[in-house]
Design a protein around this ligand. Structure first.
Ligand code: ZN
Length: 311
């Protein structure tokens, strides 16, 4: 049994405009940009990371902004909603703040007894803020959102699937247990010690077509393990269960392995080491353009061609 997974590590999505993406996450949601780098596999595209002060796993929302990319068509086989945890009683503040930032489709509802505020990102990306009791994680307050209301990190992701069978088995293998069901939503929680981003939901939609990915779509969701030894142990367990999984890939700030899950959602297992302060001071995270060594020779070209993102 896999018992090394600690919850979510990061969620990576796609956008059509880097500047609007940066404004949305730093100004509307008040997260900290902790890294400005490029897509290691397509270095003419940014990879932007938004998180708490340090980029703690379980708080890290990342984006590939492909200039002018067409919007995705929501469907099954993808993460439909990314949920952030906020303190109890804070949704009134958020409703007003999101309104001031002209954020679309802001609505209140309740799921599993927790009050939520759902809204859309700049490309129709699905988000919710969930009032969570007793989330002890320290929020980033450097962008003008007070500690009494600020985002603590992820609460969960909700995947849209046509059925639960394969995913139910896989999540069980990964150390999750199903703890509740409401309507067509199944909720899973990590059994061992989590990092706060402890939940995964499956939204069962048997009649919905598969998604066509584009701007506003979640590209993949990553789960956290402490270190490379834990990652190799997880890789071995998944491989023996018949899951086709990539070799370990060095992403500079963590090590990654990837696999396509039953139903089509792309999963990653990422290490908590070495972290986002490996190449810049904690006080200045996310300010300078950081390039992996294999793309450093492109710096002059990229500095000229990448879209300026400061508002
Ligand atoms: Zn990733």
């Amino acid at each position: 049994m896999i018992d090394q997974i600690r919850g979510l590590h990061h969620v990576t999505s796609m956008a059509r405009d880097a500047r609007l993406n940066n404004i949305f996450f730093t100004q509307a949601l008040g997260l900290r940009r902790v890294k400005k780098t490029v897509n290691f596999d397509a270095p003419d595209v940014y990879h932007l990371y938004y998180a708490d002060e340090a980029g703690t796993p379980g708080t890290v929302m990342t984006y590939f902004p492909f200039p002018g990319m067409a919007r995705g068509t929501p469907g099954t086989g993808e993460v439909g909603t990314t949920a952030f945890s906020v303190p109890e009683g804070s949704l009134g503040y958020w409703e007003e703040r999101l309104g001031q930032h002209a954020v679309g489709d802001v609505k209140r509802d309740t799921l599993f007894g927790e009050p939520r505020l759902s809204f859309k990102g700049p490309d129709g990306d699905g988000f919710v803020l969930v009032e969570t009791a007793g989330d002890k994680r320290t929020p980033w307050t450097g962008n003008g959102v007070g500690a009494d209301v600020a985002i603590r990190g992820f609460h969960s992701v909700a995947m849209r699937l046509q059925d639960t069978a394969g995913m139910n088995y896989l999540l069980g293998l990964m150390g999750y247990e199903e703890i509740a069901k409401e309507g067509n939503v199944h909720r899973y929680r990590i059994k061992g010690e989590g990092n706060g981003a402890d939940f995964v939901d499956i939204e069962v939609l048997p009649l919905m077509n598969p998604a066509r990915q584009g701007a506003g779509s979640v590209h993949h969701v990553a789960f956290a393990v402490d270190d490379r030894a834990a990652q190799l142990a997880v890789r071995e367990e998944l491989t023996s269960a018949g899951v086709p999984i990539t070799p370990v890939i060095d992403r500079d700030y963590f090590y990654a392995i990837y696999f396509r899950t039953p139903g089509g959602v792309l999963f990653e297992i990422a290490t908590n080491e070495p972290g986002f302060d490996r190449d810049e001071d904690r006080a200045h995270l996310g300010e300078a353009l950081k390039l992996p060594s294999q793309h450093e020779h492109l710096r002059a070209h990229l500095e000229q061609t990448l879209q300026p993102i400061e508002a």
